[in-house]
Design a protein around this ligand. Structure first.
Ligand SMILES: [Zn+2]
Length: 132
């Protein structure tokens, strides 16, 4: 699978810490100074940028994301994969009841949980994201 976005991430040299789930304060691993938070427009691709609040050492040693910001970046990467048609997907047969189309949501995706509704977010005239 072709994915140049991860190469870009390596260039940015982000690091993640296990204790950084919702951290509001982080200290540099090299000089132990309190890191400042800077807002960065991170380009995921030429079409998508994501605004990230990044922890940055004032001496330039480290740049880090907390878990929430890393999740935001992850979603932008997924969105980019969907837009560039490199995302893994499920094919399902559509049924028709006269007015609407029906499809089955694979149980591999619902992980045994019961859901009574989904949210459909249209992307294009023939593309949408579904959330449950
Ligand atoms: Zn430092």
């Amino acid at each position: 699978m072709k994915n140049t976005d991860f190469d870009k991430l390596e260039d940015m040299n982000f690091t993640f810490r296990k204790d950084a789930f919702r951290a509001k304060t982080m200290y540099c691993g090299k000089c132990d100074r309190k890191m400042k938070i800077v807002s960065v427009d991170f380009p995921v691709s030429k079409n998508i940028k994501v605004k990230l609040n990044m922890f940055k050492c004032s001496k330039g040693h480290e740049e880090m994301l907390n878990f929430e910001e890393a999740k935001k970046l992850d979603k932008a990467l997924i969105l980019n994969r969907i837009i560039s048609n490199t995302a893994f997907g499920f094919k399902r047969k559509l049924s028709h009841d006269g007015d609407n189309y029906l499809f089955r949501l694979p149980s591999e995706l619902t992980q045994g949980k019961k859901h009574s509704e989904i949210t459909i977010i249209p992307l294009e005239k023939n593309e949408a994201l579904i959330k449950w």
